[in-house]
Design a protein around this ligand. Structure first.
Ligand SMILES: [Zn+2]
Ligand SMILES: [Zn+2]
Length: 224
């Protein structure tokens, strides 16, 4: 998928747009709209948190209507240690071997986006269609620390803190996606079948795992 080309006067105007994934950003919005940049459609507040180097990986910080999507997305990410690559275990386009996840957005007719782009939206923030780059060189990697957003200042000076926090929050997220899969399996078998259809082996493996997965368990599993 080719990325959006940065215009010369990026982010010079804003307009009201639909709420972003992060629930703090719609607080105080009286008309149900939030400020977004006209060209990239990025949420203005998400861009400022990116500038400050803030990173979120917490389902409770996600807008209610997006929580199920959020958990479904992370159910397909092999969440490993903060320094490692996080492989995408969901769907791939067979010809280009590029990952995708269904996520319609308000600015265009595209109904699916690459997994790393969704990972950026759910962690660093709703950067709209700003181009992204995987610094590890793996274009399907979903580790937010391996993903950079182009066109805006993106500070990593507190990277050490983020790593500490990421270790904690990614364990929590693994647990939350586990609960999500179990609940969907029990309460909504139809939806569960749909989720399972994307990668049956992976979902069955996730369900069979007792408690949160640790990166070492996954490594063991990969060896077999
Ligand atoms: Zn936002
Ligand atoms: Zn990576």
């Amino acid at each position: 998928m080719s990325q959006w080309a940065l215009p010369p006067k990026l982010h010079s105007t804003t307009e009201g747009g639909p709420i972003c994934f992060h629930c703090d950003h719609s607080i105080g919005s009286k008309d149900g709209l939030i400020p977004r940049y006209t060209d990239s459609h990025a949420c203005v507040r998400c861009i400022s948190s990116l500038t400050e180097g803030r990173l979120a990986l917490d389902v409770h910080k996600i807008e209610k209507k997006y929580r199920r999507r959020f958990l479904e997305f992370w159910s397909f990410v092999e969440i490993r240690g903060p320094e490692e690559c996080w492989p995408w275990r969901g769907k791939y386009h067979s010809r280009s071997n590029s990952s995708y996840f269904a996520m319609p957005r308000h600015w265009g007719s595209g109904r699916q986006y690459s997994a790393p782009r969704c990972a950026v939206w759910f962690t660093w923030g709703d950067i709209g269609r700003l181009p992204i780059k995987a610094v590890c060189g793996d274009n399907n990697c979903c580790n937010p620390l391996h993903l950079r957003v182009k066109g805006v200042p993106h500070f990593f000076h507190n990277r050490h803190l983020q790593t500490v926090d990421l270790e904690f929050s990614s364990n929590k997220l693994t647990h939350e996606t586990q609960l999500f899969l179990e609940t969907t399996h029990d309460k909504d078998p139809k939806r569960f079948k749909k989720i399972q259809a994307a990668n049956r082996m992976w979902i069955d493996f996730r369900l069979a795992a007792d408690g949160p997965l640790s990166p070492s368990i996954i490594k063991e599993k990969n060896k077999n």
